[in-house]
Design a protein around this ligand. Structure first.
Ligand SMILES: Cc1cc2nc3c(=O)[nH]c(=O)nc-3n(C[C@H](O)[C@H](O)[C@H](O)COP(=O)(O)OP(=O)(O)OC[C@H]3O[C@@H](n4cnc5c(N)ncnc54)[C@H](O)[C@@H]3O)c2cc1C
Length: 372
């Protein structure tokens, strides 16, 4: 097994796989002889996508309250829509259209989406209740993709272009000498490298804190439920992010609707050991909120459920940044509830930060740990 790498990415969730894809693509496409890219090693303690990515709802949309995240999301949407040509394989993207119902307090959300009034929303979704709608944003090209298929497709192409995925291997620590990264110590030995990217989601603090970096990520449990839609809704519905009822939901395969709460009460947990049950109260509350928007869902049968853990930063925005004071160390974590939708562009930005010194796909300086 190779003891040296140009770049080590820690974590093979959708973020790590996307970064590996972009780094491997950059190396392949570059005409120049370059030191970077030839040996991209992704170290993953489980299997590809086995972290929070496999629990993700896969909702892909572009309406975020901040400009940087909005740009990351709209750039990423192009990947999902044209996956075969850009990445190859299949991410199982389904274009459902996404309706974001904003309350007046948040009506400033500035995304490049269409604005709908109540009448226009009724026309689009005749089964929806609209009398309380002040304003809705509509993204006709948005939808959802399969998070595991997406991650595996990124990884497959990265491997084809020379990246190595070392699964079943835990990074125990990041080695730093004279204020620069020099390697990572893993359960299968040391890998010497001058570039390390930490993309370990809910587990990030464990690697960063011993290096004196505290970005304050909290890990909070979330619950998700699937409902069997009643016969009158078999054709499905748009995906909804409903800031007035506090629920988000989207159609799923087999006539199911996937749903969760937008602001579930914070319940901090250990991402390795947490309560994986979903309470009946949660299911009843969620169904009632969905039925407030789509009344026919009041009788939808509960089908199945799962849980997951969000990696939340104190300012509720992700970190995509070089680590000040440690040359060669980059961190991209704290994506909370929305990482999947922006993963393609995040991977592109991280690859550019490693290879070119700065991100150019999207200016991510607003997400930096460095005050610029
Ligand atoms: C229930 C749920 C629903 C969601 N729904 C949506 C949605 O609809 N739309 C959306 O945009 N986002 C959604 N998200 C958020 C999105 O899924 C995440 O932001 C995204 O998957 C994070 O990817 P990641 O690669 O950063 O993390 P992860 O997928 O968690 O990957 C990190 C990887 O690092 C590995 N790792 C950790 N520590 C080490 C170590 N020391 N050594 C080696 N490997 C290590 C882990 O095993 C893991 O595989 C949802 C999240 C959850 C939990």
């Amino acid at each position: 097994m190779n003891r040296f790498a140009d770049i080590v990415i820690i974590g093979a969730g959708v973020m790590g796989a996307s970064a590996a894809f972009h780094l491997a693509r950059g190396a392949r496409m570059s005409e120049r002889a370059r030191p970077l890219g030839a040996r991209v090693v992704v170290v993953e303690k489980g299997s590809i996508g086995s972290g929070m990515t496999k629990r993700s709802g896969g909702l892909v949309r572009g309406t975020f309250p901040n400009e940087t995240e909005t740009q990351l999301a709209w750039t990423s949407l192009n990947y999902f829509r044209d996956w075969k040509n850009i990445v190859g394989g299949d991410c199982a993207f389904v274009k459902t259209g996404v309706v974001v119902i904003v309350d007046e307090a948040r009506a400033h959300i500035g995304a490049p989406a269409q604005t709908l009034d109540a009448d226009a929303l009724r026309e689009l979704q005749p089964h929806a209740r609209v009398d309380d709608v002040v304003r809705a944003l509509y993204e006709p090209d948005a939808g959802y993709a399969d998070p595991l298929a997406t991650t595996q497709a990124f990884a497959a192409r990265a491997k084809e272009w020379g990246a190595e995925f070392r699964t079943g291997t835990l990074v125990k620590s990041i080695r730093v000498e004279h204020h620069r990264v020099t390697g990572v110590e893993t359960t299968t030995g040391m890998i010497e490298t001058m570039n390390v990217v930490v993309m370990t989601g809910a587990w990030s603090e464990r690697l960063l804190k011993p290096r004196g970096i505290d970005i304050g990520i909290q890990t909070a449990r979330v619950q998700v439920a699937f409902f069997d839609r009643p016969a009158e809704l078999k054709k499905g519905h748009c995906a909804f992010v409903d800031l007035t009822t506090g629920a988000y939901f989207r159609p799923h395969t087999f006539g199911l609707t996937y749903a969760g709460l937008l602001n579930e009460e914070i319940n901090l947990v250990n991402p390795d050991h947490f309560d994986e049950t979903v309470s009946q109260d949660f299911v009843a509350d969620l169904r009632a909120r969905i039925a407030t928007r789509i009344p026919a869902m009041a009788h939808a049968r509960f089908a199945r459920r799962h849980t997951g853990v969000y990696d939340l930063t104190p300012h509720a925005r992700p970190i995509i940044s070089r680590v000040p004071g440690i040359a060669g160390l980059i961190v991209a974590a704290g994506f909370g509830a929305n990482g999947f939708a922006i993963a393609p562009a995040v991977g592109a930005c991280v690859a550019e930060m490693v290879s070119d010194g700065a991100a150019s796909t999207v200016d991510v300086s607003a997400l930096s740990l460095v005050v610029e």
